[in-house]
Design a protein around this ligand. Structure first.
Ligand code: TEU
Length: 551
């Protein structure tokens, strides 16, 4: 059985990973083809984002059938083969389970629309208020969170797109249906699950207007959330000790995340939170342009590292996923210091207390594509906000700039395998354009260069396996007020780990705080760095652009 604290998890967005049949969509056969590559990288689990039958209004997060694979991704046989071959390589497959909502194409919802009470009760239908929706809540993708159904003269709740109807978890029958889904996939030999926005599933019985906000205060970490997760655990994966689980937690708190992951509570193995990825939002609005606030970033990450440690919870640590722009374009430098900054960012995350996640392409330093036309974008959220910002009178050029840094499509462009047409992703026409820099940034090139970002990630993954301190060490931030350096210590038995990262292209002076001078007496070793000749001396180090060293 694998120890998830010593594991590294690789996220695949199958639609953009590898196309095996030339239809322009990545597929499961494409994933199978690339298993040896992932083995070479050294990852322990692969998390696949949804590939079930779906109208794809939200790229598969709108599920129409939990039990069938969308033919564009392949067949059940392909999936079984993938699980089998991955397990042979000691790679576990983790599936993405979207249980906050289904597609409105789901047969349950279709029956609800026909007025079938049983199925109406699977969702959240309410009467309007004086010709208005039941509450003033807004959808995360823009606009209101309620959609009117004329035939029923009622509204249904959708926290995301209007084709993603929220499920009613207070209905025990619905919960049973969900447990069956999880058990079905467990029988196929999957070794883990990622639960999509799982902290939003518990809504209060009486839905009220949110005077100051968008409604999230009512359903985020909602009233019976811990009860639901305990039940989910007992009825499904809790019966199999080898299963690893991660919950995606939207706008959550440390207190709840400790409860979600404390081993005694028997809810989940670990959780994602996103507070550190909002440090480039002006006034908490994603659709603005702002340089990232480094001190704020450090403060949030240190606060979560300490809080989760004190409460004995466990975090999934990450910079990238399919909803976030590329990290090297965001907090690094995707031009002059591409390699240095990508490696520095990787080290910073992988030495944290928590299980690190790598999103496809991050390991070769893939960048935002900088699309110039709105018709190059595919994501429902980007397209909605394009129109919302236009209506607010923003000029087209500025909106395009915002999308170039904020759109979720920034991470959804196809994986760059080589310098051939479409980066070797497909022989057909890709569903979304490949980033223009695939000649320079691609897997083939990375594998030939011993100094590449790829080998840096490979080394980080191996170090986690070798040194217990990386997985189990205690976290302690240092130089918290330093304007450009992110440094911290880890402690485990007789060992110490000192992690130093310069987050900028400017040189920076690292000075070891007085109370740690005694470390100089320790036997020292550099575990990893992103320059060939990093200082062996830890008292005072003149850090070069984006230099990152682990002692
Ligand atoms: O995302 C949840 C979520 O709220 C955000 O990451 C959201 O995409 C972002 O804040 C918008 O700015 C999950 C999935 O990861 C995402 O792809 C889905 O669209 C969403 O749930 C709905 O299932």
């Amino acid at each position: 059985m694998k120890d998830f604290k010593k594991s590294t998890i690789y996220q695949i967005y199958p639609k953009s990973f590898k196309d095996s049949n030339g239809d322009g969509w990545g597929d499961l056969k494409g994933v199978i083809e690339k298993l040896p590559y992932l083995k070479q990288l050294g990852v322990d689990y692969i998390w696949l984002t949804p590939f079930y039958v779906s109208p794809q209004n939200d790229n598969g997060y709108d599920i129409q059938d939990y039990y069938e694979i969308d033919p564009r991704f392949g067949t059940m046989r392909d999936f079984e083969k993938l699980v089998f071959l991955a397990n042979q390589m000691e790679i576990g497959i983790m599936l993405d389970m979207v249980f906050n909502h289904t597609s409105t194409n789901h047969p349950w919802f279709q029956k609800a629309l026909q007025g079938d009470q049983k199925y109406k009760n699977y969702y959240i239908f309410r009467k309007g208020k004086n010709g208005n929706p039941p509450t003033n809540w807004t959808s995360k993708f823009g606009g209101g969170a309620w959609e009117y159904v004329k035939e029923l003269d009622e509204y249904y709740l959708h926290l995301f797109d209007k084709t993603q109807a929220d499920l009613n978890w207070s209905n025990p029958e619905l919960r049973q249906q969900i447990y069956e889904v999880v058990n079905f996939w467990m029988k196929k030999g999957v070794q883990g699950f990622r639960f999509d926005v799982i902290n939003l599933i518990s809504k209060p019985e009486n839905l009220k207007d949110d005077i100051e906000g968008d409604g999230r205060c009512f359903y985020t970490d909602g009233p019976t959330i811990h009860q639901y997760l305990k039940e989910l655990n007992q009825q499904t994966f809790g019966k199999n000790k080898g299963i690893v689980t991660v919950g995606e937690m939207s706008s959550t708190t440390i207190d709840h995340c400790v409860q979600y992951t404390h081993p005694k509570n028997k809810e989940l193995s670990m959780v994602f939170n996103f507070h550190h990825l909002k440090v480039d939002y002006k006034k908490e609005d994603k659709w603005t342009l702002m340089d990232f606030d480094f001190l704020q970033l450090k403060k949030i990450l240190n606060h979560w590292q300490m809080g989760m440690q004190e409460g004995n919870g466990w975090s999934a640590v990450f910079w990238c996923n399919h909803d976030q722009p590329r990290i090297v374009s965001r907090f690094g430098d995707d031009k002059k210091y591409h390699k240095e900054s990508a490696k520095m960012l990787a080290t910073c995350i992988h030495m944290f207390r928590g299980t690190p996640y790598i999103y496809q392409g991050e390991e070769i330093g893939m960048t935002n594509p900088y699309f110039e036309q709105i018709d190059e974008y595919r994501d429902v959220e980007s397209i909605n906000y394009y129109h919302i910002l236009r209506e607010k009178g923003k000029d087209k050029k500025e909106i395009m700039k915002i999308l170039q840094t904020k759109s979720r499509d920034n991470s959804r462009t196809p994986m760059q395998w080589n310098a051939k047409k479409h980066g070797g992703f497909t022989t057909g026409t890709p569903w979304i354009a490949v980033s223009k820099n695939f000649n320079d940034i691609n897997v083939e090139k990375a594998l030939q260069d011993q100094d590449s970002i790829f080998y840096h990630y490979q080394k980080l993954i191996a170090l986690r396996k070798k040194w217990d301190i990386i997985a189990y060490g205690e976290y302690q931030p240092i130089l918290e007020e330093h304007p450009t350096i992110f440094a911290y210590l880890r402690h485990f038995k007789q060992e110490k780990l000192l992690v130093i990262n310069n987050f900028y292209a400017k040189e920076a002076l690292f000075e070891l705080p007085l109370e740690f001078k005694k470390f100089n007496r320790y036997q020292k070793q550099i575990l990893i760095s992103n320059y060939k000749d990093s200082s062996q001396e830890i008292n005072r180090i003149k850090l070069r652009p984006y230099e990152s060293i682990v002692y």
